[in-house]
Design a protein around this ligand. Sequence first.
Ligand code: 6PG
Length: 273
Amino acid sequence: MRVAGRASNKGCDLNRQSYLEVAEVELQVVADLGALGKAAAHQFTTLATSAIKNMGQFTVALSGGDTPRTLFSHLASGAGEAIDWSSVHVFWGDERHVPPMDTASNYRLAKECLLDAVQIPRANIHRIRSEEAAKEAARVYEAELRQFFDLAAGTWPRFDLVLLGLGDDGHTASLFPGMAALRERDHLAVSTFVPQTNAERITMTYPVINAASCVLVLVSGASKAAVVEAVLNNPPHLDELPMQGVHPRDGQLVWLLDVSAAGSINFSKPALE
Ligand code: 6PG
């Protein structure tokens, strides 16, 4: 089941527009985690084949955590066959400050669930050098972004697709509540100690995420229903709910949820697809 539509938040004070309205979030709800992976793989493949046809390459920043596993497995087991992986460049929205083959590494997850199964050249895999000191890893990653996208000073890379997850505290990438990184508007990537995880992280900053052509947020499970409702139905306060700082300036923002995560969100005009 796929229901596309915009959630209604009738009765809200029009002066306190919800994030859902401010960011013009496009909601898509599917039955379960498997269907979410299938739908995400379809969107990934559609964007990739179009970008490669029109621009000669497809640039994507992968998300971390567990939810992307289902997307990766669908792409690795058939859905990604239509993609010319030699023209795909993979980056990451964030990384834990662990060695690349650590079980907590977002790179390792993508390598084992997707990248080892497709014909993507090693040179097209732009991992965050998380085995370095965190600050150095962020500096090197920012330099690689600037070099790859051939950025002039004060400009931002425009990814074809940025994938994001949603933490139950409203974080996304490694942008957590109360962090100084939420205010970063000069650097493309920063390192930061995250008290919530008692560890260092390297993360892309809002200006990079919000420069994307498409941001696809994948959320699954009943444990996320409360934070989904809090993020979508309240006015943006990114310090408390960092996901509310995601608002592409000139791009699509799509939330792909399973029914469990969608919880109490109701649609004004559900259209069964
Ligand atoms: C990370 C992610 C993080 C993740 C959310 C959701 O490195 O952990 O970038 O932002 O997307 O925490 O994680 P789950 O998909 O595991 O719920």
